[in-house]
Design a protein around this ligand. Structure first.
Ligand SMILES: Nc1ncnc2c1ncn2[C@@H]1O[C@H](COP(=O)(O)OP(=O)(O)OP(=O)(O)O)[C@@H](O)[C@H]1O
Ligand SMILES: [Mg+2]
Length: 323
């Protein structure tokens, strides 16, 4: 777990890059930092591995204040993919990727195997690429190597600063998928900076929206698009996505499929639910109560409509009822 407690960074020229940020990043979560250029994303990230010293406040990793840790030790346990690739030009791809495992004292067979696995993972044929130097690769290929280099030493924390920005859309989506499944299977804590809301919505467990060095909102992707905290967040997500989310939400409400009540309908044994109940909840109530229908009520508790079990099943299955 990484905790920021009232962290501020003021540079020598008085630029306040990060202003009183408090944030908890749970172990095993993938958190994205998103916001306009210059809002303090990279600075926030570099303070975690002490590439930038903080001005005030504290950052703790698993309860330990990082200011008390040895910088080199700390960085060995934090993988880092920087915004502009940062491969070492005089080392081959193999040497670049195996750098941290070698520093950690892994055996030759283990790190050689690991290099091959990781190159395969990002679609670079090991025998073709591992003896090359970074400048003998395209920009996108170098970026892939930058990503796997951060994973190589199996650090518990990985910082990724716009890691996929130089990739074509297809490779980008592929790597987003890989990253997501990798993170699920190996439970790494990942802090991921991006400009791209689609990318954030796709990969994040939690999204931190920043502006002018401060946090505007912290929420899961679903919560963020359904409940943007303010106009800035709303415009950053894009009006279209917010509207889409609210339409989707309406479609999932029980009231979207209810039928009007017919007078004198016999309704005594039928469960009553609010019209804002989700379709899933209606299905759950019908299953548990073994009734053939539910009644939906308005806010005053007055019955306004009916959903029959058969009708619900048809709706959920997407098969129209025979008239
Ligand atoms: N060494 C420095 N000295 C002075 N100001 C700096 C320094 N590094 C960054 N800044 C300023 O701090 C602010 C935050 O910069 P940062 O790099 O964290 O932004 P960012 O959100 O990562 O932006 P981008 O999306 O463009 O990468 C900016 O106003 C930047 O100009
Ligand atoms: Mg940046």
């Amino acid at each position: 777990m990484i905790t920021f407690n009232s962290v501020t960074k003021t540079f020598e020229d008085h630029t306040v890059a990060v202003n009183d940020v408090s944030l908890t990043i749970e172990k095993g979560n993938l958190v994205t930092l998103i916001g306009p250029s210059g809002c303090g994303k990279t600075t926030t990230m570099k303070m975690i591995n002490k590439l930038i010293p903080i001005t005030s406040g504290t950052i703790k990793i698993d309860g330990k204040d990082i200011s008390e840790e040895n910088d080199v030790e700390l960085r060995r346990n934090i993988g880092y993919v920087i915004q502009r690739i940062g491969l070492l030009p005089h080392m081959t791809i193999e040497e670049n990727v195996s750098l941290v495992p070698r520093l950690k004292g892994w055996k030759k067979e283990s790190y050689e195997k690991r290099v091959d696995e990781l190159l395969d993972l990002v679609g670079l044929e090991p025998n073709l690429y591992k003896k090359r130097y970074p400048l003998e690769l395209s920009g996108g290929q170098q970026q892939r190597v930058g990503v796997i280099r951060a994973l190589a030493g199996e650090p518990p924390i990985i910082l990724m600063d716009e890691p996929f920005s130089a990739l074509d859309p297809i490779s980008r989506e592929q790597l987003q998928d890989e990253l997501k499944s990798l993170q699920k299977s190996i439970q790494k804590t990942i802090v991921f900076v991006t400009h791209d809301m689609d990318e954030a919505l796709k990969v994040a467990d939690e999204i931190v929206v920043m502006k002018d060095g401060g946090i505007q909102q912290i929420a899961s992707p679903i919560d963020l698009i359904q409940h943007p905290a303010n106009d800035f967040v709303r415009s950053f997500i894009g009006e279209e996505r917010v509207n889409q989310a609210s339409n989707n939400k309406k479609e999932y409400l029980a009231s979207s499929i209810m039928k009007p009540l017919v007078q004198n309908q016999h309704l005594t044994e039928v469960p009553k639910l609010s019209q804002d109940t989700s379709l899933q909840e209606v299905a759950r109530v019908i299953l548990l109560s073994q009734s053939d229908a539910v009644i939906l009520c308005d806010q005053a508790g007055q019955p306004i409509g009916l959903i029959e079990k058969n009708h619900l099943l048809h709706e959920l299955a997407g098969i129209p009822e025979e008239v």
